[in-house]
Design a binder for this molecule. Sequence first.
Ligand code: GDP
Ligand code: IMO
Ligand code: MG
Length: 429
Amino acid sequence: MANVTVIGSQWGDEGKGKIVDWLASRADAVVRFQGGHNAGHTLVVGEQVYKLSLLPSGIVTGTLSIIGNGVVLDPWALRDEITKLRGQGVAINPENFAIADNCALILPFHRDLDGLRETAAGAGKIGTTGRGIGPAYEDKVGRRAIRVCDLAHLDKLDPQIDRLTAHHDALRAGFGEPPIDRDRLKADLAEIADYVLEYAQPVWKRLKKVRKAGARILFEGAQGVLLDVDHGTYPFVTSSNTVSGTAASGSGLGPSAVGFVLGIAKAYTTRVGSGPFPTELEDAIGQQLGERGHEFGTVTGRKRRCGWFDAVLVRQSCAVSGVTGIALTKLDVLDGFDTIRICTGYRLRGKILDYFPSHSADQAEVEPIYEEMDGWHESTAGARSYADLPAQAIKYIQRVQELIETPIALVSTSPEREDTILIRDPFSD
Ligand code: GDP
Ligand code: IMO
Ligand code: MG
């Protein structure tokens, strides 16, 4: 059976949560493999709205939901999110939810450091979500992280805390902050340990079993390729690899498990936080896109920057992430525009580019080259079949497909789960 890996192909918030939720009823397991609670995935099912940051979106359909080793896990945020979802009637128990015991933890001083560094960076700030994601990943590769499995061995934690404090106390002193309070840290960990351990296990083993039984696995990416620490708009990126290949390393399955790579792309472009954005519109049209698309961050409530669809960026994301097919979301937000623009290339100091250059100064300087199309005045909102779309909207989809050199497999026409047009089923072989 085919597996599906869902990733964002822009700067996040493409509608991954909606698409994962829509596909989840046909999957046997949904796995998060990178990022942490910097993600904000909104799911709309009838009257209910679910906002998930850390839990895989499969939890809402009751599908086995797994947090893989590639995720950085804030145990207190986990508890809050589980409590919130249970309050909405979602069942979460060790039968349908598991956490990799080799996940690195996000600790309170990671969040502090994230904030301190952002404030100190002034105009050079990244515009992070302030959730401690970067500092936690740094500690992981610095081999001083506390991991989920450490919660079962709190009496063996001293050498790891020595490594942590040797690093962090020096940094904290530089910011005029007191050293880490070891006793407080140990007490905090002791208080949360059993809560997390109830779900902790070597998930690679559970996934191996699931896979052997011929089950379908749906991998749920967070953020987007342009926020990938290697392929994104560095340094204005997140601290993990968001490309499809991470699904394998971040879950404990080999690369052949990744299956159909479903890239999610909005029919226009948005970004939260700092960094280059060639097609950004700081005019009435940008404002209109933001208002119609309700473009406010789920995690921080920040206003998302908006602009036209950038085919160069999505083509590049599809290439570096091996995207098999695209889900084009929020098509309905483009309803009613007289004309619509698509960026097809860039001009940089007199040269034409068909790709996004690596240096942030060049990225900031490129000027988009636009192609203009007539818009459509009919509504596409809620359309569930291709036949329901106005001819001009179909023309737009086809032109996007051509420019990104990747087939469009799905089109989404509202936040509601079922308002989705299936063109090519990602689960079929
Ligand atoms: P994610 O981070 O990629 O999961 O995306 P977010 O949930 O942060 O942002 C996408 C927003 O758009 C959410 O509020 C969704 O409910 C909403 N959404 C998803 N698909 C569509 C769509 O096709 N049309 C409209 N109008 N909204 C959508
Ligand atoms: P989902 O999964 C949009 C952005 C932040 C900032 C940069 C680094 O909902 O698509 P971080 O806190 O990760 O160190 O911040 O990355 N960012 C996102 N933008 N959607 C997200 O997740 C994001 N997660 C992080 O705004 O620019
Ligand atoms: Mg989001």
